[in-house]
Design a protein around this ligand. Structure first.
Ligand code: 2NE
Length: 284
């Protein structure tokens, strides 16, 4: 595959996927996601690969989720789709497929978080098996502020990781959390100074690669089994998200972000009340 938005490397029995859009804080396009899926499938098929590292280029961001500059009413549009059918799929569908592939690949996936892990970029690290964070990393969800949501792995699985109250706080308030706070809530496994991030991640991979691959694969599948039902919720949420993108409410969130102002959802709240009163039959 012609890789333009990620860097994919294989060395010392590991595969490393680096989201390579540092000028956009490693925000995701359909192409980025299609390339990441291709790389993960390659790592899956390569018997010599015992662990996968997922990270972002530069020192500012791991990934800040969907690229808001290509989001329009109705969803994300991107001309540079590349070849193959994957890149023609809607961004949320590709993001969902990527999350599920990170979960399904029978090898540990380690997130190396070097900066912002925000929105759909935050969800990426949440579904990874382990997370190593730089002291400078920042974590958070932004959907209710920018007109989006991940009502599947991003919320239901997050609640299993950090607990119900904390997950609701993270999504409802859209605040940012430091690496130390993330460690305290069980969201990451290790926090290290930025200059030790690569060294620590490589040491974690060395430790993983020294273990029995079949034992690790069986354990990963077992951990997944308990939360696999979230995949069904995630797919329903994806249908809802694609419908939501067509609304003025979602567009107000995206516009407010791009115009660097606070969103105003008052009109959306009023129209919800009107719909409820009329049973949603106004236009039928
Ligand atoms: C990431 C964050 C917290 C950074 O804040 P700060 O204050 O350090 O920087 P600033 O000025 O906000 O951002 C720096 C530049 O990066 C761009 C900004 O527009 C800005 O550009 P310039 O003004 O310098 O030209 N930028 C930041 N995030 C971007 C993004 N996602 N897409 C395109 N450009 C982005 C702060 O910027 C923030 O909260 N960003 C919003 C993150 C966001 O909205 N992510 C998408 C959530 S939805 C999603 O991920 C998703 C989905 O919708 C569907 C399926 C799967 C995932």
């Amino acid at each position: 595959m012609d890789l333009r938005e990620i860097v994919y490397e294989k060395y010392n029995q590991r595969a490393k996927i680096t989201i390579n859009r540092p000028h956009k804080l490693n925000a995701l396009t359909p192409r980025t996601l299609a390339e990441m899926l291709w790389a993960l499938e390659d790592a899956w098929a390569d018997d010599d690969v015992g662990a996968v590292i997922l990270t972002g280029a530069g020192d500012r961001a791991f990934c800040v989720g969907g690229d808001q500059s290509i989001r329009e009413k109705g969803g994300y549009t991107y001309d540079d789709v590349g070849d193959g059918p994957l890149a023609r799929m809607p961004l949320p569908t590709l993001h969902s497929l990527l999350l599920q592939t990170i979960r399904n690949i029978p090898k540990p996936v380690v997130a190396m978080v070097n900066g912002y892990a925000i929105g759909g970029g935050h969800v990426l690290h949440v579904v990874c098996d382990l997370t190593v964070a730089s002291e400078t990393a920042r974590f958070g969800q932004v959907g209710p502020r920018v007109g989006s949501f991940d009502a599947g792995y991003g919320s239901a699985y997050l609640a299993r990781v950090v607990g119900e109250k904390k997950a609701r706080e993270i999504w409802f308030l859209c605040e940012q959390y430091s690496a130390q706070e993330a460690l305290e809530m069980g969201l990451v496994n290790w926090v290290v100074p930025p200059q030790r991030l690569v060294e620590k991640t490589e040491a974690v991979c060395d430790a993983l690669i020294a273990k029995s691959p079949t034992a690790l694969a069986a354990l990963k599948a077992s951990f997944n089994a308990d939360s696999d039902s979230v995949w069904g919720i995630h797919q329903v949420a994806g249908v809802a998200l694609n419908l939501y993108y067509g609304t003025d409410e979602a567009l107000e969130g995206r516009n407010a972000f791009l115009e660097k102002r606070a969103p105003n959802f008052r009109a959306a709240r009023r129209s919800r009340t009107q719909e409820q009163k009329s049973g949603g039959n106004d236009d039928v």
